[in-house]
Design a protein around this ligand. Structure first.
Ligand code: FAD
Ligand code: MG
Length: 348
């Protein structure tokens, strides 16, 4: 028997979950739709022309139609079909997102790897047919996970996976790119204040009409979507992105909890005591890439990496409800759920 969190019906019940305490000068204009495998919502609080929401959702569907690893006919599907055969034409946006993914792969020493596709497909977590693969299947898939065998050629406008059977999966970073694109389009359409929420990947645009900071809830990884551990108070342009064990998982026949962030070294879900990592930053593509990267690296290595980066803060939550903050996170994030404990780092 298996149980999953990621069916569209569950997602449909979860729109606008991360938005708290919003007040507005004019009636808000909202839209929520199922795109990118999740509920994507945009709430405009101030400004904007009539076409703003249409333009954003058209772009989100365009990104899905280009970057999905789950559908036929996308550029990513074509790149995957060309693995070991020939370079495939890939537009600038795909090469941009791939380039960012490869940079997080390098930064993490391979803990983040956009060629994790063959292992993702074996587990199928959150999709029909999710299951625990056999050790033999995992052993056969692991040699195909190799970011160093990706050749992106900007001059030719192509991407080539050098070995047959390799599969690109941009699921850990493309939603962040989509949030940045949504923000860009809203500003182009003269929106002055808006909240973008792509399945919990949140970006705020402009100034709230009442002048107060944006307040974005950070998800409690042990409770239903929308339950929070605390609130981040942010300026316009900020983004909050979380990676966690609760986003997609199933309970196997063995009673084990299997989640969707997979270790490229072992082919099994990452188990390092963390329940989630939230990144607060200004670039959503970076926050998305980083949240998965930091989760994969674990508390000690992940925190060390955050502290080398400017303008990025992180909130790590472990399985015992301990909360660890990067050095500047306390200035923007307030814990308000008494079940969780702010905890000093257990290392120097
Ligand atoms: P993140 O932590 O940001 O990413 C986790 C995801 O990244 C995993 O689900 C896996 O896909 C991949 N991954 C796992 N381990 C690693 C690793 N070590 N390094 C790098 N990447 C890793 N879902 C559907 O159910 N149906 C769809 O049709 C569908 N289409 C999508 C199309 C697009 C363009 C995108 C961006 C997503 C789509 N999704 C779809 C959702 C997707 O499959 C992922 O589950 C989702 O993007 C995970 O996002 P997250 O923020 O929860 O997790
Ligand atoms: Mg991510």
């Amino acid at each position: 028997m298996s149980r999953t969190t990621s069916r569209p019906a569950r997602l449909a019940a979860a729109a606008l979950c991360a938005i708290v305490a919003v007040s507005c000068a004019e009636p808000p204009r909202d839209r929520a739709d199922l795109v990118l495998g999740t509920v994507c919502s945009v709430r405009i609080l101030d400004g904007g022309d009539r076409g703003a929401l249409d333009a954003v959702f058209e772009r989100l569907r365009g990104i899905e139609a280009t970057m999905s690893a789950n559908a036929d006919g996308t550029v990513v599907a074509a790149i995957n079909a060309g693995a070991g055969v020939a370079p495939v034409a890939a537009p600038d946006d795909v090469r941009y997102v791939l380039g960012k993914a490869l940079s997080y792969s390098a930064l993490s020493g391979g803990a983040f790897d956009p060629t994790i596709g063959p292992v993702v497909k074996l587990w199928n977590i959150g999709m029909d047919g999710e299951r625990v693969p056999s050790p033999e299947e995992i052993a056969a898939a692991l040699p195909l996970v190799d970011a160093s065998a990706v050749a992106a050629d900007d001059a030719a406008g192509t991407v080539f996976l050098r070995r047959a059977g390799m599969l690109l999966d941009l699921g850990a970073i493309a939603k962040g790119y989509a949030a940045d694109e949504a923000a860009r389009i809203l500003l182009e359409h003269r929106v002055k204040a808006a909240v973008i929420d792509l399945g919990g990947n949140v970006k705020v645009v402009g100034k709230k009409p009442d002048g107060s900071p944006w307040r974005i809830g950070i998800q409690d990884p042990f409770d239903d979507r929308g339950a929070r551990i605390g609130v981040a108070e942010l300026e316009g342009g900020a983004t909050v992105v979380t990676s966690g064990v609760y986003e997609r998982y199933f309970i196997g026949d063995d009673g084990e909890h299997y989640h969707h962030i997979l270790d490229p070294a072992t082919g099994y879900p990452v188990r390092n005591g963390l329940a989630s990592v939230t990144v607060i930053s200004s670039s959503s593509i970076d926050a998305d890439g980083l949240s998965t990267t930091l989760f994969s690296l674990g508390l000690e290595r992940g925190m060390a990496l955050v502290e080398t980066l400017g303008h990025v803060e992180a909130v790590f939550i472990d399985e015992d409800k301990r909360v660890y903050l990067s050095s500047g996170a306390g200035a923007v994030f307030k814990l308000d759920n008494p079940a969780f404990a702010l905890t000093p780092l257990p290392f120097p």
